[in-house]
Write a protein that binds this ligand. Sequence first.
Ligand code: PLP
Length: 394
Amino acid sequence: MSGVAKKMKAFAEKSSWIRKMFEEGAKMKAEFGPDKVFDFSIGNPDVPPPPKFYTVLRELAQDEQPGIHGYMPNAGYPFVREALAGRLGGEQGVSFSANDILMTCGAAGGLNVIFKALLDPGDEVIILAPFFVEYHFYIDNHGGVAKVVATDSEFNLDLKAIEAALTAKTKVVLINSPNNPTGQIYSAASLRELGRLLDTAGERFGTSIYLVSDEPYRNIVFDGNEVPALMPVTTNTIIASSYSKELSLPGERIGYLAVHPEMAEKEAVIGALTLANRILGFVNAPALMQRAVAQLQNVSAENSVYARRLEVFCKVLDEAGMSYVRPKGAFYLFPQTPIDDVEFCRLLTAEKILAVPGRGFGLPGHIRLAFCVDEKVIAGSSEGFKRAMAAATQ
Ligand code: PLP
């Protein structure tokens, strides 16, 4: 009998959809050859990092100053945070100082730092379905309780439902826009209203309710859409983001938090975030990557390819007769399934198409398709989608 915690066994079961599809994909690729499998299961950017990343990395590798690979302040190098403060100030329309920024091990590390810093046992975190699978784990890691609120039929904020879910125990409302898995971007008007709701509820309960914006896809948008700034929404805003998608560097684990410059008791919050970064064992974000991204503030990977892939994928789904809400950003489609989502994934697998059932994201009756694959793979899946739809609707 293994000594693995019962809770971890239950977690492994809960998180098994993406893993199952991933394992299925590996098996099928070994059996049929990688070019014969249409794998849309994993959101791992396949676009290369921008050429300047390699130039900067080569230059940094030459630097042999003593201490350059040593420990540093837990929040990160001040000059790196300064560079980010400048750029984010322009993006968010507020004036950040380096002290408002904390460098993290990706957005995932940043979210764990936030929850460690803010949550007492039993505090509630509102998440919106469908959601990024890992949220439940991150919240549980720090003794919080996830409270799931549905979005509307087009995956927009359901403000009434959020308002009804707010209690004296609500510590955080976590949003993700552009969204994984739907690609939705929340409108500026709905976000303003959300901020008003949170501030009003906080006053009523005598608490602080923080709006946490998880936004690693901010720079991947389609059809001229824009992602509204979050800082004007409420002074209790914290942004968690990363370079995983912007520079196509998810394996390098480099991200950041930005705290509203006018947040009440900001020093205490930033102190707690910084301590959390240390005692969660991250200690600090990777030194080399911090120095690299400081020089890559207005640089991006060739993320325009995702827009072309979206066109190809929409055509494939239209021809197969699938319904979906056109994503405004990120690199996912979340179409409806005409039958049970797991059953539909089985039909797709028979066509060597790998998708993840929507129930893995808290919304059955859908599938998530990640378009981190070549356009040819997307186009090549067309007949398979048609046959799966025909089998499902016969
Ligand atoms: N949040 C969302 C919505 C994501 O989709 C991901 C990764 O796919 C993350 C956070 C984690 O990003 P990072 O690699 O920056 O930790």
